[in-house]
Design a protein around this ligand. Structure first.
Ligand code: ADP
Length: 702
């Protein structure tokens, strides 16, 4: 056919065009498809990548130690990781679909309200499935969709039991150490050790929060004076443990417990833990007290075990952390040191007391003088002898009490203060009242770093001895004078008679014999006095115990002494109220007493004067009074009047004869007959002596 029809031509072009269009469409579709395929491939890759990531994440969340929960907006758990379920004591499956609130402990609610807009952190007490509470820290965050709408909440949960324990232990340790600080301060310095122990134990109890804390110190050598070896302090409301302790139950068991622990404590070990884990015997003892948890820390003094500090609690789960135990050991060391210090204090106090007692009870006068003359110490005997009070002694200087000597060589003050002064030295101390005390003693000095800090002196009061010495001296001169005077006249008289020169003068010879006789009697009298004095002192004087009429004795004595009175021109006068006065005693001894008193009265009366003797009865006594108008007895001599060998004015007595024995013998005789002699202190002139004797009524037999 070779001929192309125009219509036919037009139709094929259109077809081609259509074909081309379809073709390009196809190409475009293919391209689209290819693109779509490419996209798909990319998406698939993304999906796989995401899925892998998700799996990894899930794996991580599943294996992580922290709890992770995802809850929906209604608070229902849509995901929980095994750690979280484990922590709370559940299986994962049990939890899905449950309310997350079931975790929270019934006892304690959440502490911090969350802020939903941001991730928030809070501490909460959760409870396990079987009800055990434990602290957790929670971090929560909301998850949003692409439209930023909240979809769920993710919560990470951390068990903070351990951290809290550590924090608590650190607080406890700090409190224990604070209590120990106080212990050191109080126990080592305070006067009242026991009170301080109580206070420190109380603080330790509070710091550790235990039911009971007590310290047991071995009795021997313990500083306790009360006799108890256990000091305790129990926390208020300490429950069963405290209650039993307070009642003092099972104290022997405690001692048995100490015996079980002793070896380990001696080795310095600290024992602590749960009672349930102890060996039978120990467990039973503590169980009986309701103790479930305990800690025992040994207390050492120097290096020997002296006691222990015991902490007990009714909570079996109470944990003893090492920081706490270390702090308790420090407390125990402080107690140990305090026991030592206290013991040392007591020992020092006791020995001080002993020496003070020794010094204070010494009869010697003991003093310690500083180089400036002040008294550092004087003992009781010193104060009593010198009559000063403690306060007054503080104001005194050595020279206030030592009689100054006229020359510098004899300066006793200087020799007492001198550093190399040695005993024995003699000094005269002057009492507060101005009286003199003769002392004899020794001194030595105390040096510190080569310098004298005190001169110590110990003196004996030798006043008495000095007086006796003086009296002896006087006695010897009196007695020798008394012996020599009559002897001289006896010898002179006998000599004259012997010479024969008087043979032609019998009257003169008679006179000489009389002189010799009188003086012999005087000698005999003196010797008799000496013998009587000695007999009285030895208790060997004998007395007749008879019923005697007093007036006849008085008259006899007056008759005997009349010639002596006449010789000195003294008149004797007798006043008798009742002639029949009777006394119980010894006739001769009564006469001897009266004779002594009368001879003194005559001797000391001025010539021409009267000596009066009177007798009367007064109740159950007979009183014989001898009175004169002489010089009387000086007041300061009256106290010593009746002592032997005492004479107020020896030379005056000597003139008239006398040995200082008359009154001493008279008193001894009166007392030997159950009577007495008193000097009448009320009379204005002269001396008046009263002799009192027991009165009697004559019996039919006598
Ligand atoms: P003597 O034998 O020396 O007289 P006494 O013991 O009898 O000893 O007396 C002691 C001292 O007491 C006398 O030396 C004298 O100082 C004093 N005295 C005793 N009697 C009297 C008196 N009647 N008047 C004064 N002084 C007296």
């Amino acid at each position: 056919m070779g001929i192309t029809q125009p219509s036919k031509l037009m139709g094929s072009r259109k077809l081609r065009q259509e074909l081309e269009a379809a073709e390009s469409k196809l190409r475009a579709k293919t391209l689209e498809l290819e693109q779509a395929q490419e996209e798909l491939a990319v998406q698939e890759e993304d999906r796989i990548r995401l899925e892998t990531r998700l799996r990894l994440l899930e794996k991580a969340v599943d294996t992580v130690n922290m709890g992770v929960t995802i809850t929906d907006l209604q608070g229902k758990i849509i995901y929980v990781n095994p750690a979280d379920a484990r922590m709370h004591g559940y299986d994962v499956e049990e939890l899905i679909g449950q309310e997350a609130r079931l975790y929270a402990s019934k006892a304690v609610r959440s502490e911090t309200a969350g802020n939903a807009a941001e991730p928030w952190i809070r501490r909460r007490i959760d409870a396990t499935k079987d009800g055990h509470p434990f602290p957790v820290r929670l971090i929560s965050d909301r998850v949003h969709n692409t439209h930023l709408q909240p979809m769920a909440t993710v919560t990470i949960c951390e068990d903070i039991r351990e951290q809290e324990h550590i924090r608590e232990a650190l607080v406890r340790r700090d409190n224990i150490l604070k209590a120990v600080g106080l212990a050191a301060e109080r126990l080592l310095t305070d006067a009242s050790w026991e009170e301080s122990v109580e206070e420190v134990l109380e603080r330790l109890g509070r710091a550790t929060g235990v039911d009971l804390i007590y310290m047991s110190v071995v009795k021997e050598e313990s500083p306790f004076t009360s006799g108890s070896s256990i000091l305790s302090w129990t926390t208020p409301g300490g429950g069963e443990v405290e209650e039993r302790f307070r009642q003092g139950l099972g104290l022997p068991d405690r001692i048995a417990l100490f015996a079980c622990w002793k070896d380990r404590l001696v080795a310095g070990q600290t024992l602590q833990g749960r009672v349930s884990e102890l060996p039978d015997q120990e467990r039973e003892i503590l169980d009986a007290w309701g103790v479930r948890s305990f800690a025992v820390v040994p207390i050492f003094v120097e290096s020997s075990l002296r006691g222990y500090l015991s902490l007990e609690d009714g909570d079996g789960d109470r944990e003893w952390l090492s920081v706490e135990i270390e702090a308790l050991k420090t407390a125990a060391r402080t107690f140990g040191a305090s026991i030592m210090t206290w013991q040392a204090k007591i020992t020092i106090a006791l020995s001080e007391e002993k020496y003070r007692d020794l010094l204070d009870n010494a009869t010697d006068l003991i003093q310690s003088v500083s180089p400036d003359g002040r008294f550092q110490y004087v003992n009781r005997a010193w104060k009593e002898a010198l009559g000063y009070s403690d306060q007054e002694v503080q104001q005194l200087k050595l020279w206030d009490v030592v009689r100054q000597q006229p020359t510098e060589e004899d300066d006793v003050v200087q020799s007492i203060l001198s550093v190399d002064g040695q005993g024995p030295i003699e000094a005269i101390f002057v009492t507060r009242d101005g009286a003199e005390i003769f002392v004899e003693g020794s001194i030595n000095s105390r040096f510190v770093d080569g310098l004298p800090v005190a001169t110590r002196g110990i003196f004996r009061d030798i006043t008495e001895r000095k007086l006796v010495d003086r009296m002896k001296q006087e006695f010897i001169s009196t007695v020798s004078h008394e012996l020599r005077t009559p002897l001289t006249s006896i010898i002179a008289s006998l000599g004259l008679l012997d010479s024969g020169r008087m043979s032609g003068d019998p009257e003169r010879m008679q006179e000489l014999v009389a002189v010799a006789l009188r003086n012999s009697n005087r000698l005999l009298q003196l010797i008799n006095n000496l013998l009587d004095q000695q007999k009285l002192e030895d208790g060997k004087m004998t007395f007749k115990d008879e019923h005697v009429e007093v007036v006849p004795i008085v008259r006899e004595t007056l008759d005997d002494i009349r010639s002596f009175a006449e010789m000195l021109n003294i008149e004797l006068s007798l006043e008798v109220a009742d002639e029949g006065l009777c006394a119980r005693g010894d006739h001769d001894r009564i006469g001897q007493i009266l004779s002594n008193l009368l001879s003194n009265a005559i001797k000391f009366s001025p010539p021409g004067d009267v000596v009066t003797l009177s007798c009367r009865s007064a109740r159950d006594r007979i009183i014989i009074t001898v009175a004169d108008n002489g010089p009387g007895i000086p007041a300061d001599f009256q106290g010593r009047l009746f002592e032997k060998f005492t004479q107020f004015d020896a030379s005056a007595t000597r003139r008239s004869g006398g040995s200082g024995l008359g009154l001493s013998i008279a008193r001894g005789l009166a007392e030997g007959m159950h009577g007495r002699i008193v000097l009448d202190e009320d009379v204005a002139r002269g001396a008046t002596f009263h002799v009192e004797l027991p009165s009697t009524q004559p019996t039919a037999a006598e």
